[in-house]
Design a protein around this ligand. Structure first.
Ligand SMILES: Nc1ncnc2c1ncn2[C@@H]1O[C@H](COP(=O)(O)OP(=O)(O)O)[C@@H](O)[C@H]1O
Ligand SMILES: [Mg+2]
Length: 574
């Protein structure tokens, strides 16, 4: 809560006005029963019609004023609550944008989504209700108690029994509900995880006919969520009747003892009626307070989950006065080892190699041999566990991260396009790019040949995830997008796997002729994609098996020779 409180700042005005107006509403609530007792005990007893009308009008006016303040107060409360939630959501979103890949692995995307939506909504609602109830309940209780004691101090002693009993019951119920609220949130997380995984991959699910399996998986988690929610709610449902019993028994005892006093004549019957109203208000206020605590519990579960995000420092830290410019595109790995936060064994072991600026490096090796892991260290998507990655003569940890990533373009293996137009997607690489520049990059990536055939050319719509393009088209578009940055280093992680051999060869030719200054790293399954590279790394189980050009590897690397021969026979390993 402490961490989130500063986000209320912008809405402080409403957060302060809401409870103040609320006090005015409470005053009206308190005065109305008093006026009523006057009508009964003075107006009716003396049969004074004009007095009844006068007090009656004041009563209506007080009720109206109270209602008006109540409405404004609620509105301000809502404004503060939703504003607060929006502000927290915005800041949390911003924080996530700065997360490293390792942070994302740790939180998981689905949990982040739940936290941004569900949890933010919850704290907004709780903030809104707290602003109203936290003030309304104690004031209502205080004023109603004062009035009750003023009317009849001896009768008011009933409170001494009713309030402690109610408090104890509330305490027990809250204690039981508390862990359930925390559990509830994690269950929501789990349901969201399936929804997210399933929906983003719904096409794969369908093509494998796994709908039934997925439905079952979903059903299990959905049921488990239902049960936890039901348990939490049952406690609250139980709460109401118990409280009603207390209220009714209190009223009955007041009628019993108060009634005797009315018969004797020491208490007016109007006083008795208003007394009952006050005692009901006191107990209602108690209920409100307990409800408020319950909300607070729910809110603190959510607030804790959001604070977890806000408190997480990105694994990737920047030094003071970082260097902004890469001197050149040379790359050197020195005794580099790397381990994923979630795994136990090293994913990369003692990697040593270097390439000059402008050279082309091919990387080949079976799936899982840590090719992607190795190149992710260059733009600092992850940090090395041991050793250092030196780019342009300087350890990557010395660069400004944004500048580094601008100069190292990375076409991820699982790359995607975003909904919008093709032009918008290309401008990711360079916001101010002109159409000529975009077309040039598209041509280099061999994408213009199909884009130029669309009626809308650069205005062609891209569906979410680029689903309206084929795999090979998407790959060429993502290469073009990376080229838009005019990088010093470009990394293509299996980026031409779905592109036909002829087009692949054309792309290689362009890279050699037009982009010869750019250091290029190509991870590929096909020997043909990399055999003309200046250097080739053969990866095997997280280690470098051998390093050299095509001819030397043919002589020295058994793995390379094996891949080569298998592909020569036409068994293309894709
Ligand atoms: N985010 C991750 N968290 C934990 N382990 C990972 C992660 N990404 C990859 N790995 C593991 O690291 C190893 C190397 O993966 P990767 O570099 O993707 O191989 P390649 O690109 O050569 O197919 C694999 O065993 C894989 O399971
Ligand atoms: Mg890979």
């Amino acid at each position: 809560m402490k961490i989130l409180l500063p986000y209320m700042k912008k809405y402080m005005k409403y957060a302060v006005l809401c409870p103040i107006l609320m006090i005015l509403e409470v005053l009206a609530d308190i005065i109305v029963p008093y006026l009523m007792s006057r009508i009964v005990d003075v107006g009716i007893v003396n049969q004074d019609i004009s007095y009844i009308v006068k007090i009656g009008l004041i009563m209506v006016a007080a009720a109206l004023v109270g209602m008006l303040f109540g409405i404004i107060s609620s509105y301000f409360g809502a404004k503060a609550g939703f504003g607060f939630a929006a502000e927290v959501r915005q800041q949390t979103f911003k924080k996530i944008q700065g997360f490293s890949f390792a942070n994302l692995d740790e939180f998981t995307v689905s949990s982040l989504i739940t936290r941004l939506t569900n949890d933010c909504n919850t704290i907004g609602q709780v903030a809104m209700m707290s602003l109203r109830m936290a003030v309304r309940a104690p004031f209502l209780m205080l004023f109603a108690l004062i009035m009750a004691f003023r009317i009849n101090a001896s009768l008011a002693r009933i409170f001494l029994i009713a309030i402690p009993i109610t408090s104890i019951i509330i305490y027990f119920i809250l204690n039981k509900a508390r862990p359930l609220f925390f559990k509830l949130q994690t269950k929501v997380d789990k349901v969201n995880a399936i929804i997210q995984e399933n929906l983003t991959n719904i096409r794969v699910v369908k093509s494998f006919n796994r709908q039934k399996f997925e439905e079952k998986k979903f059903e299990d988690r959905n049921n488990s969520l239902r049960e936890t929610a039901l348990k939490a709610i049952s406690i609250i449902i139980l709460f109401m009747p118990i409280l009603n019993i207390i209220i009714y028994s209190t009223i009955i005892s007041i009628l019993w003892f108060g009634g005797q006093q009315v018969i004797v004549g020491t208490m007016g019957s109007g006083e008795l009626v208003s007394f009952i109203t006050y005692i009901t208000q006191v107990l209602m206020a108690l209920m409100m307070i307990s409800f408020f605590f319950m909300q607070l519990l729910r809110g603190s579960a959510s607030a804790g989950r959001i604070a977890e995000i806000l408190n997480t420092e990105s694994e990737i830290k920047e030094i003071n006065n970082p260097t902004r410019d890469l001197k050149d595109g040379s790359i050197k790995f020195e005794n580099v080892s790397f381990i994923y936060p979630s795994s136990k064994e090293n994913t990369l072991n003692n990697i040593n190699f270097k390439i000059k600026s402008g050279e082309t490096l091919g990387i080949i090796g079976s799936t899982g041999s840590s090719k992607s892991t190795l190149v992710q260290l260059i733009p600092r998507l992850y940090d090395v566990t041991e050793g250092s990655v030196i780019v342009g003569g300087l350890d990557v940890r010395n660069y400004d991260i944004k500048a580094l990533r601008d100069q190292v373009a990375f076409v991820l293996q699982k790359n995607t396009l975003f909904s919008g137009t093709l032009r918008e997607n290309m401008q990711w690489g360079n916001e101010n790019a002109t159409d000529e520049e975009i077309i040039k990059a598209l041509k280099q990536a061999q994408a213009w040949e199909f884009v130029s055939k669309y009626d809308d050319k650069l205005d062609t719509k891209v569906e979410q995830g680029g689903s309206n393009f084929s795999g090979g088209q998407k790959q060429r578009l993502t290469i073009a997008r990376a080229l838009m940055k005019s990088p010093k280093i470009i990394i293509l992680d299996d980026s031409t796997s779905a592109v036909d051999m002829t087009t692949d060869a054309k792309i290689q030719k362009i890279f050699k002729e037009e982009l010869h200054d750019v250091t290029t790293i190509i991870i590929a399954q096909r020997i043909s994609s990399i055999q003309h590279a200046d250097r080739i790394l053969v990866m095997h189980e997280g280690r470098i098996e051998s390093f050299g050009d095509h001819d030397s590897l043919m002589k020295n690397s058994s793995i390379y020779r094996e891949i080569y021969e298998s592909q020569q026979k036409g068994v293309v390993g894709e």
